[in-house]
Design a protein around this ligand. Sequence first.
Ligand SMILES: *Cc1c(COP(=O)(O)O)cnc(C)c1O
Length: 832
Amino acid sequence: MTTAPIDLSAAFTEALRRELALAGAPATSASAAGADVQASVDPAAARRALMRAAAQACREPLGLRWAETQAADAARGADAEVRRVHYLSMEFLMGRALGNALAALKLDDTLRVAFDAQGQALPDVLERENDAALGNGGLGRLAACFLDSFAELGLPSFGYGLRYQYGMFAQGIQDGRQVEVPDDWMALGNPWETARPELRYAVGFGGHVEVGADGARRWVPAERLIAQAYDFIVPAHHSQRVSTLRQWHARAEAPIDFAAFCRGDHHGAAAHRVAADAINWVLYPDDSTESGRVLRLKQEAFLVSASLQDLIARHLREGRALADLGRDNAIHLNDTHPALAPAELMRLLLDEHGLGWDAAWAITRQAVSYTNHTLMPEALETWPVRLFEQLLPRHLEVVYEINHRFLEEVKARFPGDDALLRRVSLIDEGGEHGLGERRVRMAALSIVASHRVNGVAALHSELMVQTIFADYARIFPDRFHNVTNGVTPRRWLQQANPGLSSLLDERIGAGWRQDLGELSRLRPLAGDVALGERLRAVKRENKQRLAARIQRDLGLTVNVDSLFDVQIKRIHEYKRQLLNVLHVIARYQAIVANPRADWVPRTVVIAGKAASAYVAAKSVIQLAHDVGCVINSDPRVGDKLKLAFLPNYGVSLAEVIIPAADLSEQISTAGTEASGTGNMKFALNGALTIGTWDGANIEMAQAFGEDNMFSFGLKTDEVEALKRQGYDARAAVAGNARLRAVVEAIARGDFSQGDAGRYRALVDKLLGDDVYLLTADFDDYLRAQERVDALFRDPRAWAERVVLNIAGMGMFSSDRTIAEYVDRVWSAKSLG
Ligand SMILES: *Cc1c(COP(=O)(O)O)cnc(C)c1O
């Protein structure tokens, strides 16, 4: 491929003229418009016009790169080591695209100048783009980082997802409470996507299975929807390659019911369209209702069927043999949400392409691999057999047959172990006495149908085979392994932290952008005082940027020289934001008791969304807000302590917050956080970590030196032991004066704004059944916080740790993660 420089100025000028006209500017040419535009179009509209014009200017070169990438991949040899990867995920938390595209196309400087000429600053223009928040948290953001690395590593690949119109909800805070509102992120269109109306597949639901004269089974669905493709292109930064996120949009197959329409029944004429469209609405339909659960299962089946039909069509179009489908294509399941894939692939191969069971099963097993993302047994996905039968009758038959053959194999290898059969069966028979509903176990289906199953950090992968998947690990000892997560350095360092990026370029060269291992060249510079000072200056600028954001969003003034102590992630009890708030209250009480002491000033920043039905998590949000109200307005405290809860956490907010953090809170109960990737982004941006011995924290500490992390708390085996012996939180609190004072203040209503019972349930739960052992880790956590304060008083020593942290983060690039997936899961040689 050629690397001719691109001249986009003409395309950009054209697009800008059009956009400005749409925004209401007078009909002058954009190049001549200049400052006139400022006078005639409101500034937000002008920035949006610039943003859209820039995006449109990027489309053509990206489209060319897309075509060249596809041609190169199609031409790869039949014996290619690297198979084409199909990464199936219900979530892709992409964030904004323009900044990344401009950097990849090396257009950022050109457009900075062009925007300046229009009187607008580049960051302000970039901010006009809405986040594509088509994900919930780490799992979805991982998928987005992977797309970036797919492009960077030149991996033949497709990401497959759904085109959600509203994605995850937008979070508002009203009187301290989370309110969920639809995130209408495409309201003004999406300049990045390319509709592919020629790529359409029918996806069926319901109906029954017919048996032909030859015994062949054929599914006759009661309902059919059309999946239409939309492509979203993700460019590499160091080559002309791009990767593709193909998102499916559901449409009704039938036109409007004309007879009903003519009768005046407009609603009835189009009711089926609303049902089809519901597939595209939101990421997580509320699954507390039957119709919500049906919708979610339909979404999963829809994603899987459209993607696999697309895969097979492409494979055949490239002139390859069906028998080679598994050799040439990897199908990866990002957790169990796409776990219907093996059942659907079997159905397509058996019923649509006429293969026999053994041939189809060999292909499926070669193609499919699965990543597990959580150890919590309650989070393992299962579906009632009844629902399956109603929506996917043929898939249920296939699942039964897979299960039958699998259990025969287990019976032969472990004769007489009926308990084992019950435990590993793909069907949960509804408990010992069959009283519950029979359910399909999606993780079991994924494991049995995959040639590789992996966890996402070393500890998690170990615990996975010791706990939830112990039986399967005994049956398939070679199937399980670990691939530790990573994050893309392009977005999470280069784009989010330009100040640090240039400083790194200056000190160790720019190679880290492509090979993050280069960061290790910082290690010998840890004691370099001048470097420490430069780092501090960069951090201070980033803190100013965040302080301005806090001022704008919350009207709260914070001291940029205070220690920025940050916890941003989904709000969940296991992540223990409440432990953080308990520390804040303890610190508040200590400051009030002794205001003259020499406190290290702190600004605590918390952000995150709680699932809409998760009452306990929402109560923690409200408490954080209420505690903030009390502390932030207490004149005895001043800037010694501030607590800011920033609403509507997402990728773009993370890009502002993370570079400004001094301290990263990674405080999950040991054994509960599978990996974490937020922890990696913070360390990469020069925050020190206060963390438990959990997930990827452990590997991070090992990489940059255990002394360079503030670790605290019970380890996994101690958590286990404490639970076995029976932990009494009430007694622990009673015996700990500092903790008791904190809990009593909450219970008494000190933070309840006059609504005395507001936190009764929260306190009762903490004292009654402290599942995540906050009260057990409290003291050690506060001791670790004291070590943080002590080090922060010594800016040189702090900076030295920061350098050592960054220097050790080389292995946490998603490029390394993807290279390992290729090596162990996706390459032809990994098939053995
Ligand atoms: C990185 C990231 C996450 C994952 O954070 P954890 O701290 O690992 O849970 C979630 N949401 C967004 C927007 C992210 O960027």
